[in-house]
Design a binder for this molecule. Structure first.
Ligand code: NAG
Ligand code: NAG
Ligand code: NAG
Ligand code: NAG
Length: 286
């Protein structure tokens, strides 16, 4: 009966009918969707937060649904933990996804100041943009057990950390670059911790002040790309933002219903027509 009605309609309004049927069919197209697309379409819950989406991943959400620096460790009814690639852990205490704003607090801050035990952190930080491109953050470098010669510039002295055993310094990335003499060869380890730029002004090398600064909560705008958001462009093309797991640096990937694209979904309407027109025609005339 429905087929007869459609056939009748097709004789009078062929174009309208084709689109009508395409729309009907497209709503049941979900099962054929790309596997990653389907996995990432689901928002996820983590600790006390619900309905999380890109760039966050972790828990039961695979890495290809997120951005590399945004893995969350989830525990029931707890605030999630987010770790940098240097394995520093931050507690995520507030999150506002529409404005892409989160509030973080370093876990166990005193562990990083004049450490007496060895730290379970990587000594080779690779990502200067730990949390995207928030320009209000700057790395605080803590350099411990340094061997400095008598030719060490006296300008470095003001960046000494008082009361540490061993010669230790603190400073921004610029300080580290400009110091020239301080590097991994000279210091037994270097920790990079993102802090609000404004907090730098308060640092004097006083150990207690360092502890206070590292213990403070701070707001991060987790803008994960430079310039106009590539994720927004992907979403505008009805894609879901994700990561390319075959790429060593986990480059951005736009997950689309047919398959992933580098930036935006393409050709979806063309694909529907090519896929579905033959079956429509054979159902109608066959
Ligand atoms: C640092 O050392 C000075 C002198 O040795 C001492 O007076 C001060 O209390 C110490 N500060 C801390 C935070 O341990
Ligand atoms: C570290 O600095 C010393 C000079 O102070 C230099 O000879 C050495 O090559 C530097 N090492 C690295 C890895 O940059
Ligand atoms: C972070 O932002 C929130 C919301 O804008 C604000 O209420 C809070 O005081 C801020 N916290 C810090 C530590 O700046
Ligand atoms: C994913 O990364 C691999 C390796 O860099 C690359 O060859 C491939 O084209 C990327 N995929 C897309 C859809 O961009």
């Amino acid at each position: 009966m429905a087929a007869h009605l459609l056939l009748l309609l097709y004789h009078h309004r062929p174009v309208t009918t084709v689109f009508f049927v395409l729309i009907l069919l497209s709503t049941s197209y979900g099962d054929g969707d790309n596997k990653e697309y389907r996995a990432c379409k689901k928002h996820f819950n983590c600790g006390v937060f619900s309905d999380l989406s890109y760039p966050f991943w972790g828990g039961d959400r695979p890495e290809f649904c997120g951005h590399k620096g945004f893995e969350l460790k989830c525990e029931k009814d707890q605030l999630p933990i987010i770790a940098t690639d240097q394995k520093l852990e931050f507690r995520l205490s507030l999150l506002h996804q529409p404005s892409r704003m989160m509030t973080l607090q370093l876990e166990n801050p005193t562990d990083y100041i004049c450490p007496t035990k060895s730290l379970a952190i990587s000594n080779t930080p690779s990502d200067i943009h730990a949390f995207g491109y928030d320009l209000n953050l700057q790395n605080l470098n803590l350099l411990y057990s340094c061997t400095v010669s008598s030719s060490t510039p006296s300008t470095l002295q003001k960046n000494r950390i008082s009361n540490c055993s061993g010669i230790s310094f603190y400073g921004s990335d610029e300080f580290l670059e400009n110091s020239g003499v301080l590097n991994h060869t000279q210091c037994s380890f270097i920790i990079k911790i993102p802090i609000p730029s404004a907090s730098f002004d308060r640092l004097t090398g006083d150990r207690a002040e360092l502890e206070r600064v590292l213990a403070e909560k701070f707001n991060v705008s987790y803008k994960y790309d430079e310039g106009p958001s590539i994720c927004d462009a992907c979403m505008a093309s009805r894609g879901i933002c994700g990561a390319n797991m075959s790429d060593p640096s986990r480059e951005f990937l736009c997950l689309c219903r047919d398959h992933p694209y580098s930036f935006v979904c393409k050709g979806m309407i063309a694909k529907f027509i090519l896929d579905l027109l033959p079956s429509f025609l054979s159902a109608t005339f066959g």
